[in-house]
Design a protein around this ligand. Structure first.
Ligand code: XMP
Length: 514
């Protein structure tokens, strides 16, 4: 395993993803928690120092524990990581007028173990840079192995100790051979075996779940989403009937979704599944409500109430399963610290465990989202479930914006949304798009169909590309697609006579309409 020391770079998680893609387990620890003792306890075969926003030339800026360099472990410093390593080992770092941001080229000036099989002396290679400071004098024992216009020490090496420093970012795709360099570091230089796969993860995680739960009983809230589905499937494989799943149907799901959950988990996986149809309760409480935050609060609170009541009925369970993922676990390094503004109170079932006083089973705590998907496939979950777009907890309630939610409107939206997603699948675009959905607008417009006048709802369609949901661009459909979609929706969905296309990116828009 590999330890990644995080100095707060925006792209530290990408280092972890690249390392794991080579079949090597790694974890990200914030620099202010890393000590020689903590490194010893984690017992890595090598250490990667990430980039970060601070300046090594400043006082009181982050450093690696000095003792790290005496532990006999290979170390790779990236950007800030390179600079602090140089400074800590007796080299020099200075601010420079020659800042480099974005694409740059390095000249490979010498061979070293890090470049083995990837870069040869004399080659000119594309990399991605983002730095103001740079190394200006080498630490003893190092030599320069690549240079760039803005960074005369773009890559430095001490093969003897297995210490390497690169000013560029090998973890991003804009450094085309970066993944290969990281692979060489972890596999060849650190000697990691590369046998961490989803198949091996499945085995070890099942053993861990058995050890934790013993003969106890576990309750798992299923939502139909990727995370809770994979959690349910792996826990069931570990402990069989000691697991009970609860699916709270708030009546705000998409077409056929509840049926799919029952079909997959009860019929295919033979899991004890309690399907709670609470749609009357939810829709009753939502009646007359139009404010987005109020809707979210009602749905969030009611969800917990219903789930808790069902859990009590089951009785005797001391464990609650939760789909916590690795990005929720990584402690982030914050240099600004100030509170950020709440745009939407995204509800999740985060409040549940405290209230219910249960122990948590979190089999996905170590995984990134794409690894969860791979595990889901490994466990035999259907592709349409593991590859599913994100769907918000409050469901269709926040896709009927600024108006009262009724069963009639939900039905119209469900039908239109299903046609939209079907067209996207047929066009082979589902996996290219991060999230796509229809929104039923609070406006009726006049139209003409046949010889008659219509006065029906307008439907907006939304599709975005994104990597994390934090920023997004609208998806650029071609006009044939849009025309086909508009005529299908208007012909097939009674109640809609106009389709409009949302072309807002995030920011300034958000992905959902409310
Ligand atoms: P926004 O609309 O904030 O959405 O750009 C970013 C991502 O979060 C999802 N989303 C929610 N998820 N509860 C959730 O569990 C919510 O209240 C909620 N609101 C938005 C949204 O679908 C997108 O994937």
């Amino acid at each position: 395993r590999i330890l990644i020391v995080d100095f707060g770079s925006q792209v530290t998680q990408l280092i972890a993803r690249r390392v794991r893609e080579t079949g090597v387990y790694c974890e990200i620890h914030p620099f202010n928690r890393v000590t020689v003792d903590s490194i010893r306890a984690f017992d890595p075969k090598g250490v990667i120092l990430s980039g970060g926003p601070a300046s090594v030339t400043g006082t009181d800026t982050p450093r690696a524990p000095q003792g790290l360099f005496g532990m006999g472990l290979p170390v790779l410093g990236i950007c800030y990581g390179q600079q602090t390593m140089m400074a800590q080992l007796g080299g020099k770092v200075e601010g420079s007028d020659h800042r480099e941001f974005g694409r740059a080229y390095v000249e490979v000036s010498d061979a070293c173990a890090l470049f083995e099989g990837t870069w040869s002396p004399g080659a000119r290679e594309q990399v991605w840079m983002s730095h103001g400071d740079r190394v200006t004098a080498l630490a003893p024992g190092f030599r320069v192995v690549a240079t760039s216009e803005g960074a005369p020490f773009a890559a430095v090496a001490d093969d003897e100790r297995g210490f390497y420093g690169v000013q560029f970012h090998p973890e991003v795709v804009h450094t085309p051979h970066g993944a290969q360099l990281l692979r060489t570091f972890v596999r060849t230089i650190c000697g990691c075996s590369g046998d961490w796969t989803m198949a091996s993860f499945r085995e070890t995680e099942i053993a861990k779940i058995r050890a934790q739960v013993g003969s106890g009983r576990v309750i798992c809230g299923l939502s139909g989403g990727v995370d809770s589905s994979v959690v349910a499937a792996i826990i069931h494989e570990a402990i069989g009937d000691q697991l009970t799943c609860v699916y709270v149907d708030h009546g705000l799901m998409r077409l056929g979704e509840s049926e799919q959950v029952v079909r997959v988990f009860r019929d295919q996986f033979n899991i004890n599944l309690v399907h709670v149809d609470a749609s009357d309760l939810f829709l009753g409480l939502l009646a007359g409500k139009t404010d987005p935050e109020e809707k979210r609060k009602i749905i969030g609170k009611t969800f917990i109430d219903v789930f808790e009541a069902e859990a009590r009925k089951i009785g005797g369970a001391e464990f609650l399963a939760q789909g916590t993922l690795y990005p929720d676990v990584i402690e982030s390094v914050s240099f600004t610290g100030g509170p950020s503004v709440t745009i939407k109170s995204h509800h999740n079932v985060g409040g549940l465990p405290d209230r219910m006083n249960m122990k948590l089973v979190e089999p996905l705590r170590e995984l990134f989202k794409d690894e969860v998907r791979a595990l889901g496939r490994e466990l035999g979950l259907p592709e349409e479930m593991v590859g599913r777009h994100p769907f918000p907890g409050p469901g269709l309630a926040i896709r009927i914006p600024g108006q009262e939610i009724t069963r009639e409107k939900l039905d119209i939206l469900r039908k239109a949304d299903a046609i939209y997603l079907e067209e996207i699948r047929n066009a082979g675009l589902y996996d290219v798009i991060w999230q796509a959905f229809a929104v039923l607008l609070p406006v009726r417009t006049v139209g003409v169909m046949g010889d008659g006048r219509t006065y029906d709802y307008a439907l907006a369609i939304r599709a975005v590309t994104s990597t994390d949901g934090m920023t997004a661009d609208y998806y650029h459909f071609d006009h044939d697609f849009l025309s086909r979609l508009s005529s299908r929706v208007i012909n097939e969905v009674k109640g809609v006579n106009r389709v409009v296309y949302d072309i807002t990116s995030k920011p300034p828009g958000t992905i959902e309409w409310e």
